[in-house]
Write a protein of this length. Structure first.
Length: 286
């Protein structure tokens, strides 16, 4: 096996490489470090050759994005590479205008595509409950424009739809490894605590105030998107953070040597995990 690399994957979720240092807010797999990045990156200056994060930057408040990218710059060595994947606002807008025009011309197929691209633009920014209207759309059987939706959400989205189509079953303790059982028990305790909170709130607050509390808790949970970027705005942000040689890449192109072999933006079969992404990189000069 290849030795440990000085490569860092932030907010890794379930996509990580065992030879990288992988960090997420909770441990999502073997060796994944649990750490809240609101408190910075828990590494010393000039320690990484690569910093990568996907589907993370859009969850930060705009005022927090530059300090976070400066943190990425801090932990990189000289000539280190930062790679970012985030929803591509420019491309979403271009598809929106294309589908709007076709829908206005009477295309039924484009009207379905229009419905989906509107969700891409707004749903994850405005939703007030888990999954939002996107999840409701993906629950349709059949999805009226399945090929178009899959072209937008890629392999990651296909797995979500596959999970939604599976029958609900009762989860037995026997199904759980020790780690999964520990996660299950932690969630159960959190749910119990929430029930205590709601019971107290029922006596102290009005129904409207309880709803506001629920919505506020959800919107602070980390699921919603707080901003979106295009190649111009993200390029300016990278420059302000101290990066140079800033370049738009593809899922398979990178300054990072042998990039596709790590299977972070693509599957082993070459499918793109999130085709709606803008991929950009920059290099730390000093």
């Amino acid at each position: 096996m290849q030795s440990k690399l000085d490569y860092l994957n932030l907010g890794c979720g379930s996509r990580f490489h065992p030879n990288w240092t992988n960090i997420d807010i909770v441990s999502t797999g073997p060796g994944v470090i649990a750490h809240d990045l609101e408190h910075g990156i828990p590494l010393a200056d000039n320690t990484c050759e690569v910093v990568y994060h996907s589907s993370l930057l859009e969850h930060l408040r705009p005022n927090d994005s530059l300090p976070f990218l400066r943190e990425c710059h801090r932990v990189l060595k000289s000539k280190g590479i930062l790679r970012i994947a985030t929803p591509d606002l420019e491309y979403i807008c271009r598809v929106y205008l294309e589908k709007l025009t076709a829908a206005l011309d009477g295309s039924i197929a484009s009207s379905h595509d229009y419905n989906w691209i509107m969700l891409e633009m707004f749903d994850q920014a405005v939703r007030e409950h888990r999954g939002g209207e996107m999840l409701a759309y993906l629950r349709q059987n059949p999805i009226p424009n399945e090929a178009f939706v899959y072209s937008r959400i890629g392999e990651e989205g296909k797995q979500i739809v596959k999970t939604l189509k599976q029958p609900i079953r009762h989860v037995l303790v026997a199904d759980y490894s020790p780690r999964r059982l520990a996660v299950f028990m932690k969630k159960l305790k959190q749910r119990t605590y929430t029930l205590y909170e709601r019971t107290i709130a029922h006596f102290l607050l009005t129904r409207k105030s309880i709803k506001a509390l629920d919505v506020g808790r959800f919107r602070l949970s980390g699921e919603v998107h707080r901003w979106m970027y295009d190649r111009y705005s993200l390029g300016r942000l990278l420059l302000a953070a101290g990066f140079y040689n800033i370049k738009v890449q593809t899922a398979t192109q990178s300054y990072i040597p042998e990039w596709t072999g790590f299977c972070l933006d693509t599957t082993p079969d070459g499918e793109v995990n999130k085709p709606d992404s803008l991929f950009m990189e920059g290099i730390k000069i000093t």
